[in-house]
Design a protein around this ligand. Structure first.
Ligand SMILES: *Cc1c(COP(=O)(O)O)cnc(C)c1O
Length: 420
């Protein structure tokens, strides 16, 4: 089973990713920083080039052939994204620069219009800064109050604590689906159901789940969901907001400019229909089209297959890490079959500084992250200054995990002999 999966996915796809042939300090690259950004397959690189070589023109503006080709490709990518997350209507997908901008859009449009002094916003202590700071800013402007769901003993979303925070003061729940540090998979469907009993809106930060799991926004029943292209094989500079149609209709514009208008007068304007109301100015056309190519690429492999293969890698990664006594991982342990958490491991190794580990591993060609991974409050909550993080994607292999583990053991021994 394991071998077959590996042959059918990683072995088959690695040649689609030219960068995986890079040598780093004379060693083959082992790229384990996928939670920060994923690598891009040829199909995505080609889509970017093809657009600029053959179709480049502004969208929605001209009647000439190039403009209609560009518009068709740009809007076609929206259809692909809508199908990918099973949105009921294509107008429910709004292009943004990234997940951060999508959250800011909701915060400034819906938040400023709907939040009153004393209203409560429920977040969690594990939120990425992108799903924290916009709400801090909006709370400061409106007088709304932030509440934080804490963690269970296994360092996961504490559902009982969540339920105890919900009340008729709550106006919004904004929660990460998969934590980029803990790797826990939060029960977003149950969170939405519970919040909706109070008539509370729910925003899901799906930056780490859309690239790795099949996502169905209608099944989750979230009010908004955000994701970012560059973590799902797409380019930087493009992400999207999903929102329920009536809700998006009710929200005022966020940014003003061209593209988002119906009629403009000197003293007022009327706005375009969804989704254009939220897409001011010339968008990232090539990037949106290339994100569509990324969605095609992932769909062709199959998100369920990607998820199943990543579970196998997760099981193997944790088995290996658990054999190193100095290593302490964060978040829930995977089940024996690798299910129950995401394919990433944030960890510390005794007293060795994560930045030193990352520097030494880089010498062995292994790219891992060190720092707070944009979850500084979570690190404070866990009592860790910083952690190292290895994060996998479907093109990674067991052999790469072996290279990582061997380099990690050497680094720990080296620093142990210096300071121990
Ligand atoms: C990466 C990430 C974000 C932000 O993505 P950007 O592309 O930087 O906007 C938000 N939340 C989580 C959980 C992430 O991993």
């Amino acid at each position: 089973m394991t071998l077959i999966q590996e042959k059918t996915i990683a072995a088959k796809v690695r040649s689609d990713f030219p960068i995986l042939n890079e040598q780093i300090h004379g060693k083959p690259l082992v790229y384990l920083d996928n939670a920060a950004t994923s690598q891009k397959p040829i199909a995505v690189l080609n889509a970017l080039q093809h657009y600029y070589k053959h179709d480049n023109a502004n969208v929605h503006r001209g009647v000439h052939t190039l403009s209609s080709r560009a518009t068709d490709a740009y809007e076609g990518a929206r259809d692909k994204i809508a199908a990918f997350v099973n949105a009921a209507f294509r107008q429910e997908i709004v292009y943004t620069r990234n997940a951060s901008e999508a959250i800011n859009l909701v915060a400034y449009s819906w938040g400023l219009a709907n939040l009153q002094p004393g209203d409560e916003i429920i977040l969690t202590v594990m939120e990425h800064h992108s799903n924290l700071i916009p709400w801090q800013l909006i709370a400061q402007r409106t007088g709304a109050v932030l509440k934080f769901v804490e963690l269970t003993e296994t360092e996961e979303f504490d559902f009982d604590h969540f339920k105890s925070l919900l009340s008729n003061k709550t106006k919004l729940v904004a929660v990460v689906h998969i934590s980029n540090t803990l790797g826990c998979i939060n029960p977003v469907k149950e969170i939405c159901a519970e919040a909706h009993r109070y008539g509370v809106r729910v925003l899901i930060d799906a930056s780490q789940s859309v690239p790795h799991l099949p996502i169905d926004v209608q099944d989750i029943d979230c009010d908004w969901l955000v994701a970012t292209g560059h973590k799902m094989c797409g380019p930087t500079g493009i992400g999207f907001l999903y929102g329920k149609l009536d809700l998006l209709r009710s929200m005022p514009p966020f940014l003003g400019g061209g593209e988002m208008i119906a009629d403009v007068f000197l003293d007022h304007s009327t706005y375009a229909d969804l989704p254009h109301k939220f897409e001011a100015g010339t968008p990232a056309i090539a990037e949106a089209i290339a994100l569509g190519a990324a969605v095609d690429y992932l769909t062709n492999i199959g998100m369920d297959k990607i998820h199943a293969y990543e579970e196998e890698l997760t099981a193997y990664l944790f088995q290996q890490l658990e054999q190193i006594p100095e290593v302490r991982t964060y978040g829930p342990k995977p089940k024996a079959d690798g299910s129950g958490r995401a394919a990433l491991a944030a960890f510390t190794a005794g007293g060795t500084h994560p930045h030193d580990l990352s520097t030494i591993l880089d010498q062995a060609g292994v790219a891992i992250r060190a720092g707070h991974h944009c979850t500084q409050p979570l690190h404070r909550y866990l009592g860790a200054q910083s952690t190292a993080r290895a994060s996998l994607y479907f093109y990674n292999t067991r052999e790469e995990i072996d290279v990582f583990i061997a380099a990690l053991k050497e680094a720990i021994e080296f620093f142990g002999s210096l300071f121990g």
